[in-house]
Design a protein around this ligand. Structure first.
Ligand code: BGC
Ligand code: MG
Length: 553
């Protein structure tokens, strides 16, 4: 059997660079800060880091408004700092993915400066320009993803509107223009030449717009007060058929650097649409980011199983799945499901079939930090109070000191440090064998130790109890045939009361590999498995009674 590529068996860790570690002492995280924490990431056991944008930028959207794709914002450091970070990561066998933001540049990017300078500028067609409607209004009804206002901004100088799906300072590039494609492939090559291991591609499904720029229909389910960006069905502004050609070309650019380079594409589409981004011949992105566990509304076995199985069923032959619980754009998992269930959620993430991505701080159970009105800095939060993304972007909690070890000296962190940081921090949890951090490491260890978890198939198991979500992970290579047929069973009690499950379908007994509380060992009978409130367990089981087989450690 062929060895699994690293991006299938590995765990990706997302770093929001403003918030991870500030080495320079200005209250904002930076590249040297990440380098200082590589030992931590190695100890944690993750295989790759994905670093959100660190490029020169006016910071209208905290770096997702890039004014130079091949540089480093001085606040984050220098290109040499990036090279050092990359070297340090590679020495520790950690891959580095960087954020690629192809849908839009900053309005301060020289390309856009040229484009807006005159209608005849050679860069004019690099962006999406249109005449006003006869009444002077914007060319169509599309709305901004950040605030719900019109997605068009009028440029007085040249008398036309430009499209900007996000902020007015983020004009959309015109990906129908071959020159744009060529320039952006050049950007990819710039970083691949430096040695990066791949890209997380921002809002991939938005790159191509309807050629007639037709109006979007209103969303039938939208109600006033709901997130403004959901007001329309983005029929004509997102997920257009022509986007797949763009994706294939990006893949070819990455493939030129070998089989180990990986493309992760961001798109919050439902599974049946998302999977098209793998490409018809699996020649699209390797991992179209799967928002299933982020968008799920109810954290119950029935609903979660539905999400997992709808996604599994939609996957094309040979396509590799992936999961994540949260990122820099939405509430943290511990905020969504509560501290106790956050452990179960972490166990779910690290035992489902597919590549897991962990958002920084979730490994210690960081929660959303309430941000008072005058401290809100996220453009989305400023436009729509209550819908801001700052709460999930607060400084990483390294220790119990006043700034949580995030920044040295007297600097004020750019966002407030969580009040709970005296207890919820890396240092405290490193010394506690029952901590969330210990659970996270244990699960990573198990993923490395048991190919069932890293590579095996997924099949749900009847638990004869509605509060329990259970599934088996099996590896063909270890299914009987001379040796003991073995498999890994995961049983998650998602409720706040104790539950008894009957998992005898999976075998007579199981050896405990891990429990969310990290306080169980030995064996359990599968026909009467007692689970405590919000307890998950990972068990090794098989056709025979595995008692006496031991835990193999
Ligand atoms: C990023 C956001 C950003 C947006 C526009 C998203 O998907 O994750 O943080 O605001 O793209 O670039
Ligand atoms: Mg700094």
């Amino acid at each position: 059997m062929q060895e699994q590529p690293w991006w299938q068996s590995g765990v990706i860790y997302q770093v929001y660079p403003r918030s991870f570690k500030d080495a320079s002492g200005d209250g904002v995280g930076d590249l040297k800060g990440i380098t200082q924490k590589l030992d931590y990431l190695e100890w944690l056991g993750v295989d790759a880091v994905w670093i959100c944008p660190f490029y020169p930028s006016p910071m209208a959207d905290f770096g997702y408004d890039v004014s130079d794709y091949t540089g480093v914002h001085p606040m984050f450091g220098t290109l040499e700092d990036f090279d050092e970070l990359l070297r340090g990561a590679h020495e520790r066998e950690i891959k580095v993915l960087i954020d690629f933001v192809p849908n839009h540049t900053s309005d301060e990017h020289p390309w856009f400066q040229g484009s807006r300078s005159s209608r005849t500028s050679p860069k004019r067609d690099w962006y999406v320009w249109r005449d006003p409607r006869p009444d002077g209004g914007p060319p169509n009804n599309w709305i901004s993803m950040l605030g719900g206002e019109p997605a068009w901004t009028f440029d007085k100088g040249t008398g036309q509107y430009y499209l900007r799906t996000f902020d007015a300072k983020q004009p959309d590039l015109n990906w129908r223009n071959p020159e744009v494609r060529k320039a952006m492939h050049g950007v990819m090559r710039f970083w691949l030449d430096r040695g990066v291991d791949g890209f997380r591609i921002d809002v991939l499904s938005f790159l191509i717009k309807d050629e007639h720029l037709r109006d979007n229909p209103e969303h039938p389910d939208w109600r006033p007060g709901g997130p403004p960006y959901r007001r329309q069905l983005r029929l004509y502004s997102e997920d257009r058929p022509e986007v797949h050609e763009v994706v294939r070309e990006m893949r070819a650019a990455a493939d030129a650097y070998g089989r180990d380079k990986v493309l992760v594409g961001e798109s919050a589409l439902p599974p049946e649409k998302l999977v098209a981004y793998y490409g018809k011949a699996l020649d699209g992105v390797h991992l179209p980011f799967n928002f299933g566990l982020v968008l799920v509304q109810e954290w119950t076995p029935k609903v979660l199983r539905g999400v997992v199985e709808a996604y599994e069923a939609a996957l094309p032959e040979g396509a590799w799945p992936n999961w994540f619980l949260g990122n820099h754009d939405g509430p943290r998992i511990a905020g969504r499901v509560g501290a106790a269930r956050a452990r179960v959620a972490q166990m779910l993430l690290l035992t489902l079939r597919g590549t897991p991505t962990c958002y920084y701080g979730d490994e210690i159970g960081m929660t959303d930090v309430p941000i008072s009105e005058q401290l809100v800095v996220d453009p989305q939060g400023i436009r729509n109070p209550g819908h801001g993304r700052d709460p999930a972007r607060t400084p990483m909690q390294w220790d119990a000191t006043p700034k949580a070890g995030f920044c040295p000296g007297g600097a004020e962190p750019w966002l407030p440090v969580a009040e709970d940081h005296a207890e919820v921090n890396v240092e405290a949890q490193r010394g506690d064998p029952r901590s969330m951090l210990a659970l996270f490491r244990r699960m990573i260890f198990l993923r490395r130790r048991f190919p069932e978890l890293a590579a095996g198939s997924y099949r749900s198991v009847e638990a004869k109890n509605e509060a329990v979500f259970a599934y088996l992970r099996e590896d063909e290579r270890r299914r009987g045939g001379g040796g003991v047929g073995q498999r890994v069973l995961v049983a998650l009690n998602l409720g706040a009361s104790p539950q008894r499950a009957d998992l005898s379908e999976a075998g007579p007994a199981g050896a405990v590999l891990c429990s969310t509380a990290l306080d169980r060992e030995g064996h359990v009978d599968l026909d009467v498995l007692e689970l405590r409130p919000n307890e998950g367990v990972v068990l090794l089981c098989g056709d025979e009674d595995l008692r006496g087989q031991g835990e193999r450690e």
